[in-house]
Design a protein around this ligand. Structure first.
Ligand code: 0O2
Length: 225
């Protein structure tokens, strides 16, 4: 596994024993917040699965290859808040972090990414908080992906909460690249690091051209179907 994303849900009740030293407030409050994020992930995942099922029936193809989810660990939440020089409290997490709940959607083709994004945007209980299009405007290192920060309602016994989720949508090829790049980033003492950065950048360009080419082949096939 390359990063914290995985197929199954993490247990949100698993919080470190020294949590009290990391965050203001009780462990109960923190666990409740994590449970809310977990609920939001389920809501988003279900929405995506329903869309995929519908397109499978109406267009005879599945735009989504697979979906991964992850909840940031308490430790990485604390690290991110410290880096941003924000207070370490439950309210600060909710106000200042957009990616505690993460959903990654892997598609075969470029068009699928934008189709999934626009279908989600059209749902009236989904609020788009922010869009970062790293496909149209890739990062310097070659990273490509469409990021949506959304807010979805999660229903509890005493009412509903609007909870933020970061959705990363990318092709299989972009995902392959990002996994390797992520693992390099977190490895210490990588030999010839400068050259690896250059090589990854070159691979990102090849992958981009291949994604565009694959899309054009698919369009030709779809035309004669
Ligand atoms: P992890 O381990 O995946 O959780 P923000 O304050 O939210 O605007 P942030 O968090 O830098 O700023 O937002 P951005 O740029 O949208 O990045 C969020 C996530 O996208 C990252 O989370 C990564 O998962 C992924 N990502 C962004 N840039 C890169 C990159 O250059 N390479 C790879 N492999 N992934 C990237 P985390 O918290 O960094 O990591």
């Amino acid at each position: 596994m390359s990063d914290q994303f995985m197929m199954a849900h993490q247990d949100y009740s698993m919080v470190p024993e020294d949590l009290n030293n990391m965050f203001e407030g009780s462990v109960g409050e923190f666990s409740y917040m994590m449970m809310m994020y977990s609920g939001a992930i389920r809501e988003v995942k279900t929405k995506l699965q329903v869309l995929n099922d519908e397109l499978s029936l109406t267009r005879n193809r599945n735009p989504i290859e697979f979906i991964e989810t992850r909840i940031k660990t308490a430790e990485s939440i604390a690290n991110k808040l410290k880096k941003k020089e924000m207070p370490l409290s439950v309210s600060s997490v909710r106000e200042n972090l957009n990616d505690v709940a993460g959903v990654r959607v892997i598609c075969a083709f470029l068009d699928d990414i934008y189709q999934i994004a626009s279908m989600l945007e059209a749902q009236d209980d989904v609020t788009i908080v922010k869009t970062k299009d790293y496909i149209k405007k890739p990062k310097k290192n070659g990273y490509r992906s469409l990021h949506l920060i959304v807010e979805v309602p999660v229903f509890f016994s005493n009412g509903k909460e609007r909870v933020r989720v970061e959705i990363q949508i990318r092709t299989i090829a972009m995902d392959f690249w990002a996994s390797l790049e992520h693992s390099v980033k977190y490895k210490k003492n990588v030999k010839d690091a400068e050259n690896i950065v250059w090589e990854l950048r070159a691979c990102a360009d090849v992958i981009n051209r291949t994604d565009i080419h694959m899309q054009s082949i698919r369009d030709k096939i779809a035309y004669i179907e």
